[in-house]
Design a protein around this ligand. Structure first.
Ligand code: SF4
Length: 135
């Protein structure tokens, strides 16, 4: 995701421990993301947001991701980095937690493209019409 400004992004996004960011990461796709002009708060839940409020915000973010030309690059990065917060590539925090729990931490996907391969079905399902409630 790419916010309106770096400042608003940093305020909205909890800091990711640097060790989680893959060494081969490239950021070109962030300039092409459909969220570039969107309020980053749509993609990151405020403290204590739960239940239907979170589901509604996540769904709104996912609808933007669904039409994003770099969704796979974004999802790949999020899985490889074990991003803990926010909607990335259409995947919610809860959806990524399921992926993280399934993957072997000793052979965690870290190289470019491995995140997509390791979670192909989840990434495909994340913005399916059924999940978005438009089926
Ligand atoms: S997939 Fe979603 S979060 Fe990622 S760049 Fe695109 S719109 Fe932003």
């Amino acid at each position: 995701m790419w916010p309106r400004s770096l400042g608003s992004y940093l305020r909205a996004m909890p800091q990711q421990p640097l060790a989680q960011v893959p060494s081969d990461v490239r950021w070109y796709w962030q300039d092409l993301g459909s969220c570039r002009e969107t309020d980053p708060l749509l993609f990151f839940h405020p403290q204590n947001e739960r239940g239907s409020a979170r589901a509604k915000r996540d769904r709104a973010a996912k609808l933007i991701c669904a039409g994003c030309p770099v969704r796979l690059e974004c999802a790949d990065y999020a899985v490889r980095a074990r991003e803990p917060y926010g909607v990335w590539g259409g995947l919610s925090e809860d959806e990524r937690e399921v992926i993280y729990a399934r993957l072997d931490s000793r052979h965690y996907p870290r190289a470019q493209g491995e995140g997509i391969r390791a979670a192909a079905q989840e990434i495909a399902d994340a913005v399916s019409p059924r999940v978005l409630g438009i089926a």
